[in-house]
Design a protein around this ligand. Structure first.
Ligand SMILES: Cc1ncc(COP(=O)(O)O)c(C=O)c1O
Length: 471
């Protein structure tokens, strides 16, 4: 084992492609390198990124239509975000406010209260989506007490990979390998009647309230772009109020304008009890997440001085992270990005629907809202599967995803466009660009998809294989 090599920051930029792969295989995750290899992404090295574009080390400019899976609402390295971070650093601000009250946390929480409807006013900031979900679930448990610990979630859910988040994430197949929380109950997404039935079944205690503390749901299932029926959230809100169960809405993926609203739940005009958010909240630079809850919920759970630090974490409220989020929210407001997402989103949706009309045998569905759109592909013909499966080491990992994987690879290698695939629904090609995208870039992406679909699966399969063989 070679432990002699020690890297300085300057060395990192000089690493050869081979060395980067070797180090990742040996010290990070060997299977992950293989997955990158399937798409040929192990041959592309990003050297810098700005706005809508990633520049590769070979000089190619990639139009990033992935929006960093929800993180890059403001694009890569937004100049105002960079300036905000530099300001904090140049002024040598206190980063870790543990002995002092943080003005950055205070102002960010006030802004979130301003932005969110009703009495959603108390915020807790942390560093990842799963952590925000953990915090929200704990808050609900504490609020309702130990007789009402049950959690309800849906059959179309992904809320993160920590133990608690995974326990309420039906789509995460890997959870069968791990110990899950008890008293977690699944209901069908979009079915308010089923939720009410579950609430009724759990009302055994005689006071008309179920032994459940919270229902956790996404307003739109962002990672697969699945919409509940119109009115679902309003009905759910009404049920949660009637049965005194806290309604937690996960806006980690859909928050901050991606769907043409600050938060996707606002399309139904409801006020949840707790809202979780992350991703774009950090302006593409800060790893910051959080939840905001209604005043009475917070005060009942953690309002007493003795309970004030019952939920906390070391890196909660780092100044640079909070300052970045404050600036991100201001950019959204100053640049009117929510309206922009709504307008451009309508245009993108129309262009994609035109493609569906043009290729009814290749596209099953086109759906989205704002600047979050998915194109669901019909799985390719059997012959293509047979052809491609011959050269794949692990067929089971790719065959169900073949249509999406081939299109994604072609978009990237031939058209210099980065998109991504739906979570566990790999035949869903997702365009979720930053909100700074322009019409020309949307046209470029749709045009590329048009060109690819016009080729047909056999031709796509051949270039996919050629790329693997010529590796
Ligand atoms: C809807 C939703 N909730 C929670 C999470 C978990 O966030 P994180 O990966 O930051 O833990 C994700 C991540 O993609 C998500 O899409």
């Amino acid at each position: 084992m070679d432990k002699t090599q020690w890297y300085k920051l300057e060395d990192v930029e000089q690493l050869s492609a081979q060395e980067k792969i070797r180090l990742t295989q040996k010290y990070v995750n060997c299977g992950m390198v293989n997955l990158f290899g399937l798409l040929g992404f192990d041959k592309a090295w990003a050297s810098s990124a700005e706005g809508m574009y990633i520049t590769l080390s070979d000089g190619r400019r990639i139009l990033d239509m992935s929006g960093g899976n929800g993180v890059l609402g403001l694009g890569h390295n937004h100049p105002r975000i960079l300036a905000a971070r530099s300001k904090i650093n140049n002024e040598k601000r206190l980063e870790l406010c543990k002995a002092f009250i943080s003005p950055y946390v205070a102002a960010l929480a006030a802004n979130m209260a301003n932005l969110l409807p009703g009495d959603l006013e108390y915020s807790f900031f942390c560093n990842s989506g799963a952590e925000a979900i953990e915090g929200a679930l704990k808050l609900a448990e504490k609020h309702h007490g130990s007789n009402r610990l049950g959690l309800v979630y849906t059959d179309q859910s992904f809320h993160g990979k920590s133990h608690a988040a995974m326990s309420v994430s039906s789509l995460d197949d890997s959870r069968k390998n791990f110990k899950l929380l008890e008293q977690c109950y699944q209901v069908p997404y979009g079915d308010a009647g089923a939720l009410e039935q579950l609430f009724i079944q759990h009302c055994q205690r005689g006071d008309g309230r179920p032994d459940l503390c919270a229902f956790l749901v996404e307003a739109i299932h962002g990672t697969r772009i699945i919409f509940p029926p119109e009115g679902y959230l309003r009905k759910v809100r009404e049920l949660c109020t009637r049965y005194d169960v806290l309604l937690i809405v996960d806006e980690i993926y859909t928050g901050f304008g991606h769907t043409g609203y600050w938060f996707a739940f606002q399309a139904e005009g409801i006020v949840p009890d707790i809202v979780c958010y992350s991703k774009t909240f950090g302006g593409g630079k800060a790893s910051i997440a959080g939840y905001t809850t209604r005043t009475p919920v917070f005060l009942k759970a953690y309002g007493n001085t003795g309970e004030a630090l019952m939920h906390s974490s070391t890196f909660s409220g780092m100044s640079e992270e909070c300052a970045t989020a404050i600036e991100a929210l201001n950019i959204f407001k100053d640049e009117n990005l929510i309206d922009r997402a709504r307008d451009l989103g309508e245009y993108l949706g129309q262009q994609l629907r035109n493609l569906q009309t043009k290729y009814p045998d290749r596209i099953i569905d086109v759906r989205g809202r704002g600047l979050l759109w998915g194109v669901e592909l019909k799985p390719p013909m059997e012959q293509v599967e047979q052809l491609v499966s011959r050269i794949l080491p692990d067929k089971s990992s790719i065959l169900p995803a073949l249509a999406g994987v081939m299109v994604l690879a072609e978009l990237f290698h031939k058209h210099n466009i980065l998109a991504y695939l739906g979570f566990t629904r790999r035949n869903l090609v997702v365009f979720s660009p930053s909100l700074i995208v322009d019409k020309k870039e949307l046209d470029q992406a749709v045009g590329a998809l048009d060109a690819i679909l016009s080729l047909g699966w056999l031709s796509l399969g051949s270039s996919f294989i050629a790329r693997k063989v010529l590796k």
